[in-house]
Write a protein that binds this ligand. Structure first.
Ligand SMILES: Cc1cc2nc3c(=O)[nH]c(=O)nc-3n(C[C@H](O)[C@H](O)[C@H](O)COP(=O)(O)OP(=O)(O)OC[C@H]3O[C@@H](n4cnc5c(N)ncnc54)[C@H](O)[C@@H]3O)c2cc1C
Length: 396
């Protein structure tokens, strides 16, 4: 029958590496297969809220992560057109007291390499690059994975952490779970601080919102680099080809913005473009020997900055369940999906809703949103509790 691996993780992104590390720490032998020739992340920033940090703490890597993090003082919401402040969330003492952890921003590669280094320190995790999974088949005693390079692997437990276009999900869990286009486009670009000409307090994280657009800005890498994400609704979206969401369209969508926003997006051409998609919440993640984790399970729009945080929450839950039901893998995977599906689905739906709120176009919707924003105080965390509080305490 050939060698059967104990655990195979498909995909070496943030979710896959976190899972490999957490399960590796249980003493199990883990093989991570990755389609790319090397492990890595895209050159952009990532925000991690208290729930993501709680998970990193449970994994035991939080101190290393903090060494690469920037701790913004506030999250400020600005009107992209008028340039006026609408609202802010105060981080710091009151925030940490409420949620147990701060709010950080970090370069993706830095988080990814903390996780990779942690995995490498364990001697029971092996990595196979250039292994693109093509098909997956489950039998009573094992799961068979076939890769594009001709390799066949067998595993007792397979974790599909292979992202939004997950082969594991689409071949084994739900054939109809195709990515759903949002018709929005994100330009992600980082700019050395020395090149930034605008007058901004870089101790803060800024979100500029406007009709069908937004721009996020925050510093990473000890404030030497500013991470920016410009997002807009494409007016030229079509299903047939990829010829939409161009840089000219971006400039056109941002043309009525205040001078600071216009000055900031002039660097967008340097960035890379993501056509935004999510998936509809799934009813099932697991079979007897296979489960999903991260974007493969619950790819979401980025408007709550939660995709990676949810992948980390998944990891902690999965590790807990594998430990608790060591002798009954099917039960562990079932308990994992029972706990995680409601939570992750809520965040997926919440992200769609907050996207609509941020990008509101109608005057009445903007008036209502702005009135609520202007009337809340920076230490009013009402809207964040469901997301950031300890999942065992949170009323979700
Ligand atoms: C613009 C934008 C901003 C975001 N900002 C935030 C944020 O601030 N905070 C936050 O928490 N989240 C954020 N997210 C979401 C976050 O990036 C993702 O949720 C997270 O990276 C998902 O990690 P993952 O490991 O599940 O999947 P991925 O990062 O997609 O990793 C999947 C891995 O699997 C590999 N793979 C894929 N298919 C195969 C195959 N067939 N065989 C072998 N390997 C395969 C890929 O090469 C990749 O390495 C943002 C997303 C976007 C688009």
């Amino acid at each position: 029958m050939g060698n059967i691996e104990e655990v195979i993780v498909v995909g070496g992104g943030i979710g896959g590496l976190a899972a490999a590390y957490g399960i590796g720490k249980l003493g199990k032998k883990v093989t991570v297969i990755e389609q790319a020739p090397a492990f890595g992340e895209v050159g952009a920033g990532l925000q991690l809220g208290p729930n993501g940090l709680r998970a990193l703490d449970a994994l035991g890597v939080l101190d290393e992560v903090y060494q690469h993090a920037v701790f913004p003082r506030r999250h400020v919401f600005m009107d992209a057109l008028s340039g006026k402040e609408l609202s802010s969330v105060q981080f710091g003492e009151a925030f940490e007291k409420t949620f147990g952890y701060p709010y950080i921003v970090i370069h993706r590669s830095d988080l990814h390499s903390v996780l990779l280094k942690a995995c490498e320190k364990l001697n029971n995790i092996r990595f196979l690059t250039n292994h693109r999974l093509e098909s997956v088949e489950e039998f009573d005693d094992y799961v068979e994975l076939r890769c594009e390079n001709g390799a066949t692997l067998k595993g007792k437990l397979v974790i599909g952490a292979d992202g939004i276009r997950s082969v594991v999900r689409q071949k084994l869990i739900n054939r109809n779970s195709k990515p759903v286009p949002a018709r929005y486009v994100a330009y992600r670009f980082t700019v050395p601080m020395s090149e930034m000409t605008i007058n901004i307090d870089w101790d803060e994280k800024l979100t500029w919102i406007g009709p069908g657009i937004h721009l996020v800005q925050y510093p990473v890498r000890h404030k030497s680099v500013i991470n920016q994400v410009a997002v807009f609704e494409s007016q030229n979206y079509n299903e047939e080809n990829d010829d939409w969401g161009t840089i000219d369209e971006l400039y056109d969508m941002f043309k009525d913005c205040c001078p600071t926003v216009k000055e900031s997006i002039k660097f967008a051409e340097r960035g890379f473009v993501s056509k935004l998609h999510d998936i509809n919440p799934l009813e099932k993640w697991s079979t007897k020997r296979v489960t999903l984790l991260g974007d493969s399970a619950h790819a979401m729009l980025q408007y709550l900055a939660q995709g990676a945080c949810q992948a980390l929450e998944d990891t902690v839950c999965l590790v807990e369940k594998l430990k608790e039901h060591e002798a009954d893998l099917a039960k562990a995977l079932d308990e994992y999906q029972k706990e995680r599906i409601p939570r992750a689905s809520q965040v997926q739906r919440g992200a769609r809703m907050w996207g609509k709120i941020k990008h509101a176009k109608e005057d009445h919707a903007r008036l209502l949103r702005d009135t609520i924003m202007l009337n809340r105080t920076p230490d009013d965390y009402t809207y964040l509790e469901w997301l950031y509080k300890d999942r065992k305490l949170a009323s979700v």
